[in-house]
Write a protein that binds this ligand. Structure first.
Ligand code: FNR
Length: 186
């Protein structure tokens, strides 16, 4: 089964994006294996540390390099992505010439209590991922407005229409991972 590294752009215990990521993992079971990256131990990016990268950085780079694809589940902070996520992306893109995002199948989703459901943050992240050479899935876009109770304690999606839509997203991503891997092999 294809292995997907999941980067959640929030380290808040009650993060709605973490809940969303877990719900997607449950929906995807049997189709994709989710491997959650721990971004909380990453120091702030510093070129000076590249000669001897901290263990958390090495672990993240290795995880991304070994994965078949990557899924970003991001909150929106002031119309962009949180620094936590940008910091992780920057680390994995370096040192120069060893950018682990290049050619990697990628998809972006996010949830917010606001009606635009992280759309603006996702547009920024799209620009970043394309500039890093990630093979980014364009459709479907998932701008999810969070409502209390959307996910239950077992990570199930409680709204039938949303569940169907997210299942469709996962189907497309499964196919997209194959497309990205064929491109790298060609
Ligand atoms: C926010 N929030 C927010 N929401 C939004 O839809 N657009 C935005 O630009 C912002 N900006 C913003 C900035 C900062 C610094 C914080 C802390 C929050 C609200 C945000 O969507 C809400 O706090 C979510 O619950 C954050 O996601 P997690 O941490 O629950 O996954």
């Amino acid at each position: 089964m294809k292995k997907i590294v999941v980067l959640v752009g929030s380290n808040r215990r009650e993060s709605i994006n973490l809940k969303f990521a877990r719900a997607l993992g449950r929906l995807a079971s049997g189709r994709l294996e989710f491997d959650f990256a721990d971004l909380s131990a990453l120091p702030m990016y510093n070129d000076d540390d590249l000669a001897q990268p901290p263990a958390a950085v090495r672990a993240l780079k290795e995880k991304v390099a070994a994965a078949d694809g990557v899924l970003f589940v991001t909150p929106e902070y002031n119309r962009s992505i949180p620094a936590l996520l940008k910091n992780a992306i920057d680390w994995v893109s370096r040192p120069y010439g060893d950018n682990d995002w290049a050619g990697k199948a990628a998809a972006i989703v996010g949830t917010s209590p606001g009606v635009i459901g992280t759309a603006t943050a996702q547009m920024h992240l799209r620009t970043i991922m394309i500039s890093l050479g990630g093979t980014l899935m364009g459709q479907p876009e998932v701008f999810l407005q969070y409502k209390e109770g959307l996910f239950d304690n077992e990570n199930a999606v409680t709204d039938e229409g949303t569940e169907m839509f997210l299942n469709g997203f996962i189907d497309r991503f499964v196919g997209w991972v194959d497309v990205a891997q064929e491109r790298v092999a060609a």
